[in-house]
Design a binder for this molecule. Structure first.
Ligand code: TEU
Length: 571
C-alpha cells in the first residue's frame, strides 16, 4: 500500500477502518444474570467479523460500582465482575486479532469513581497525600462558584463533603469526582494505566470527555449570561472544553506513552468548535488522531430544556451544513469521525429518519449509506446494522440511566411539567440506545436466559439478526454490501467531498472524487418522492448500491423514492 494518497494525505489504518461500537452491557449475556458480558462478545465474534468492520470500540469494562454503567471506574486495571475476568478479556482480544479486528478501549480519565482508592484517600483528610488528586474547595472560602453538573440531582457540580468540610468537583454524577490533572502525579498514574493496556496489545483508546481534563484553577465566577441556562446549554460544554492546559496535557500523553505504539486515539470532544478542530488532531501537533464533535447530534434540541426537543424540529439543510463543515475542516490537516448514534444517543433511525412500519428498512439503509460514504472514519453503533429503533418508555420507572432519572426528579422538585419531558425523552433519552441487541425472535431476543437489566424492545419479533441473516434484502445484508463497497475503493475514504444542492430540504447529495474517479451519493431524507436534477457533468449509469430495486430516471433527473439511497459511479 502506498503511504499517501494522490492528494498527499497520509494513509493510516484508522482512517480506512470502519468502527463498530459495542455497549457490552447490552450485547450478549453468556451466564444468565441479565447483563451482557465478555464471554457473550466472544461467542459472537464470528458475527462481528461477518460485518466486515475492522475496529471495535468497547464501552468501559473496568471494575465499577456502575453508577453510570462503567463510566465511574473503581479500578482501572481490573475487569468489572459482571463482565467477566482478565482471562476473558485476553481471550477476547486474541479472538479479535485472529479475525483481523482491532480493539479500541474506552478510557475515562476526566473522573474516577468516588469508590476509587484515590478518592477514598483524598476525602479522608486535608493533608492526605492523595488530597490533590481531586479538586477541593474549602468551605471556609464560602460557597464555591456555581458549576453545572450533567447528572447531579440538583445540577450542581460542587458537592459538600463533611469529613473535611470542603466541596469536591464533579462535572458528572456525585459518584464521579473530577481528577486533578494539574497534579503531575495524577498524570503519571494515568500514563501508567494507559501503558498497562497498551502492553496487553489493545489498539487504541476512545477518550471520554477528554476535552474537560484541564480546568481554570482560579475558578472564576461566571457571568449571569453564562448562568442563565440551568438546564443545560451549548455554553457549558464549550466552557468546560476551554481549559488552559488541554493541549499540553494531550501532547504530553502522546509523547510519553501513545507514540511508542501503533495505536489510534479518538477523543470525545463536547464543546469543541470548528475553529478549534484542527489543533486537536493535526498530525504535526501530536495530540489526538480524531474526535467526536457534538454539533450534529445537537440539532433539533431546545436549549432551554435538557434534551428537550425544539418544537420546530431540525432541518435537512442544517444537517448538511454541519456534516459538510465538519468534513471540510479536515480536508487538508487532521482527520474526522462521523456517527449518527452511540450509547449516549437515541437510535439513529428513530432520531434522523423514520422507524415507521412503512419506512424503517429504507430509512436505516439510507442512513448507513450516508455514514459509509462520508470522508471521515465511520462509527457504527451496534444494533444499527439490523435497524434497531427507540423503545420509547412511557414510565420513568422503566429507565435505568441516571441522567434521565435524576433530571426527572429535579424537574419534579422544581415544579416543572416532568411529563412533558417524558414525551421528549421517548426520542432523546440515552436508554433508547441501550436496550439489548436483538439476536432472534425468542423471549428476550436471545440476549439472555435471565431477566434483562433493561427491557428488550418488543419489536425484536420482527427486527432481529437471525431473520435478517438469510434475507438478501435485509438491512444487515445491505450494510455488509456497503462495508465491502467502502473497503474496496479509496475514493470513499480519501476522495474530496463536494456538497450539492445545499438548500434542498429533502435530498442530501454529494460527490466524492479521487483523481479521475468519482462517485455521486443521493440520499432522500424525506418520506415523499424527491427529484434530483442531473446537471451536465453528472453520472454514468453504473449503480454501485441502491436501497430500492431500480432507479426512476429520465434523461435529466432522478426521482428518488421515500428514503431512497443511491450511489452512482461518475466519470
Ligand atoms: O459523555 C459525556 C458527554 O459529553 C455528555 O454530553 C454525554 O453526551 C451525556 O451523555 C449527556 O447526555 C461521556 C460518556 O459517553 C457518557 O456515557 C458518560 O455518562 C459521561 O461521559 C460521563 O463519563
Amino acid at each position: 500500500m502506498e503511504s499517501s494518497t494522490p492528494d498527499g494525505i497520509e494513509r493510516r489504518w484508522w482512517k480506512e477502518g470502519i468502527v463498530y461500537q459495542i455497549y457490552p452491557r447490552s450485547f450478549k449475556d453468556s451466564d444468565g444474570d441479565g447483563i451482557g458480558d465478555l464471554r457473550g462478545i466472544i461467542e459472537k465474534l464470528d458475527y462481528i467479523a461477518s460485518l466486515g468492520i475492522d475496529i471495535v470500540w468497547l464501552n468501559p469494562i473496568y471494575d465499577s460500582p456502575n453508577d453510570d454503567n462503567g463510566y465511574d471506574i473503581r479500578d482501572y486495571r481490573a475487569i468489572m465482575s459482571e463482565f467477566g475476568t482478565m482471562a476473558d478479556f485476553d481471550e477476547l482480544l486474541a479472538g479479535m486479532h485472529e479475525r483481523g479486528i482491532r480493539l479500541v478501549m474506552d478510557l475515562v480519565l476526566n473522573h474516577s469513581s468516588d469508590e476509587h482508592p484515590w478518592f477514598e484517600a483524598s476525602r479522608s483528610s486535608r493533608d492526605n497525600p492523595f488530597r490533590d488528586y481531586y479538586h477541593w474547595w474549602p468551605a471556609e472560602h464560602g460557597p464555591p462558584p456555581y458549576r453545572w453538573s450533567y447528572f447531579d440531582e440538583k445540577a450542581e457540580a460542587w458537592r459538600y463533603d463533611e469529613a473535611t468540610d470542603a466541596y469536591y468537583l464533579h462535572y458528572f454524577s456525585r459518584k464521579q469526582p473530577d481528577l486533578n490533572w494539574e497534579n503531575p502525579e495524577v498524570r503519571r498514574a494515568i500514563h501508567d494505566i494507559v501503558r498497562f493496556w497498551l502492553d496487553k496489545g489493545v489498539d487504541g483508546f476512545r477518550m471520554d470527555v477528554v476535552t474537560f481534563i484541564s480546568k481554570d484553577l482560579d475558578w472564576p465566577a461566571l457571568t449571569d449570561d453564562d448562568l442563565k441556562h440551568r438546564y443545560g446549554s451549548v455554553d457549558w460544554p464549550q466552557y468546560y472544553a476551554s481549559g488552559p492546559r488541554l493541549h499540553e496535557f494531550l501532547q504530553e500523553m502522546r509523547r510519553e506513552v501513545l507514540d511508542r505504539y501503533d495505536v489510534v486515539s479518538v477523543g470525545e470532544a463536547a464543546g469543541v468548535t470548528l475553529d478549534q478542530a484542527v489543533d486537536l488532531v493535526a498530525a504535526d501537533r501530536g495530540e489526538l488522531d480524531m474526535f467526536f464533535h457534538f454539533d450534529a447530534v445537537s440539532l433539533g434540541l431546545s436549549d432551554v430544556g435538557y434534551k428537550q426537543l425544539d418544537p420546530a424540529g431540525w432541518r435537512l439543510s442544517d444537517f448538511k451544513r454541519v456534516h459538510s463543515a465538519w468534513s471540510d475542516v479536515f480536508a487538508e490537516r487532521g482527520w474526522g469521525s462521523v456517527y449518527l448514534g452511540n450509547h449516549d444517543q437515541p437510535r439513529m433511525v428513530s432520531r434522523w429518519a423514520s422507524d415507521s412500519a412503512t419506512h424503517r428498512d429504507y430509512a436505516a439503509k439510507m442512513l448507513h449509506t450516508f455514514l459509509l460514504t462520508m470522508r471521515s472514519t465511520p462509527y457504527v453503533y451496534f444494533g444499527d446494522e439490523i435497524g434497531m429503533a427507540n423503545i420509547r418508555f412511557d414510565r420513568i420507572d422503566d429507565y435505568r440511566d441516571l441522567e434521565t432519572i435524576n433530571w426527572y426528579h429535579l424537574l419534579e422538585a422544581e415544579g416543572k411539567d416532568a411529563d412533558r419531558y417524558l414525551e421528549d425523552w421517548k426520542i432523546t433519552a440515552r436508554d433508547n440506545g441501550r436496550t439489548p441487541f436483538q439476536w432472534d425472535e425468542t423471549v428476550n431476543a436471545g440476549f439472555t436466559e435471565g431477566e434483562p437489566w433493561i427491557r428488550v424492545n418488543p419489536d425484536h419479533v420482527s427486527y432481529n439478526a437471525a431473520a435478517q441473516e438469510d434475507d438478501p434484502d435485509s438491512i444487515l445484508n445491505y450494510f455488509r454490501r456497503l462495508v465491502a463497497l467502502r473497503k474496496g475503493d479509496p475514493v470513499f475514504v480519501y476522495g474530496d467531498y463536494t456538497l450539492l444542492v445545499p438548500n434542498d430540504e429533502q435530498v442530501f447529495a454529494y460527490t466524492r472524487r479521487l483523481r479521475e474517479e468519482g462517485i455521486l451519493v443521493l440520499l432522500n431524507f424525506s418520506d415523499t418522492s424527491a427529484d434530483f436534477d442531473l446537471s451536465t457533468d453528472l453520472p454514468t449509469d453504473e449503480v454501485l448500491i441502491n436501497n430500492y430495486p431500480d432507479v426512476d430516471r429520465v434523461p435529466d433527473r432522478i426521482r428518488l423514492r421515500p428514503y431512497q439511497a443511491l450511489v452512482l459511479a461518475h466519470a
